[in-house]
Design a protein around this ligand. Structure first.
Ligand code: SAM
Length: 220
């Protein structure tokens, strides 16, 4: 069991990571401040804890990963989070990304497909004082009962943009989703200008674990 201790060494390593993100082009200070405040090593297995401040994705069990810090920073910046935003995250995983959104003042709803990760993260985040709404299920369909959302963030690679996610956005709402094949995905930002007018912007390519479920990939 990992001790939840944030030493000067951890804080120093986190500062260096934040500077690395800045050099890589992350400019949203709200995102960088939240990432500086949340100890990423708390989300790591004790065997990997020394790697927590590398700008890399790492395994979190169940064949899943905690996203690379640059990816977290990039996706969060695209969302343009405002205090009080109602945000749906699809793919809770370790809970790190949900924690960043929470620290930025969002009201976070997060859904996870994997039962063990869901159970673990639901118990773990409150220990850090991070209170969000946790759901277990297929997020490729969104979370219709709690819609609409101001922002939706998909943290797994999707084969298509599920139309249900666009339906579940408010007007002026933003969906950030990586879309492509199983290995590489293009980061997309879709802004719902009106019910029928969706602005789609395309960014760099990334490599996520697959989004599973009804509108995702079939389990191999
Ligand atoms: N956001 C996470 C974090 O901060 O640790 C990282 C997410 S990990 C890259 C992708 C997550 O999406 C995995 O935990 C996986 O189980 C989950 N996932 C895959 N398909 C899903 C689906 N249809 N609905 C909800 N979660 C899904």
């Amino acid at each position: 069991m990992l001790k939840l201790e944030d030493s000067y060494i951890h804080k120093g390593k986190r500062r260096v990571l934040i500077e690395t993100l800045r050099k890589k082009g992350i400019a949203d200070e709200r995102v960088l401040t939240a990432m500086d405040a949340l100890p990423r090593h708390f989300f790591f297995d004790s065997a990997l804890v020394n790697h927590a401040y590398e700008d890399k994705a790492f395994p979190i069990g169940e064949g899943q990963t905690i996203s690379q810090p640059y990816t977290v920073a990039f996706q969060t910046s695209l969302l343009n989070i405002n205090i009080g935003d109602k945000v749906l995250e699809i793919g809770t995983g370790s809970g790190y990304q949900a924690g960043i959104l929470h620290l930025m003042g969002a009201r976070v709803y997060s859904i996870e497909y994997n039962a063990k990760l869901y159970e673990h993260t639901k118990k773990f985040l409150p220990k850090l004082g991070i209170r969000i709404k946790h759901f277990h299920g297929d997020g490729s369909l969104g979370l219709g009962v709690h819609a609409p959302f101001d922002k939706i963030l998909v943290t797994a690679g999707a084969p298509v943009v599920p139309s249900s996610l666009l339906h579940q956005l408010n007007i002026d709402g933003i969906l950030v989703i990586p879309v492509g094949d199983r290995e590489n995905q293009q980061m997309l930002r879709l802004t719902k200008k009106t019910e029928k007018n969706i602005l789609q912007e395309s960014f760099d390519s990334f490599s996520f674990v697959p989004l599973l479920g009804d509108k995702g990939w079939k389990v191999p």
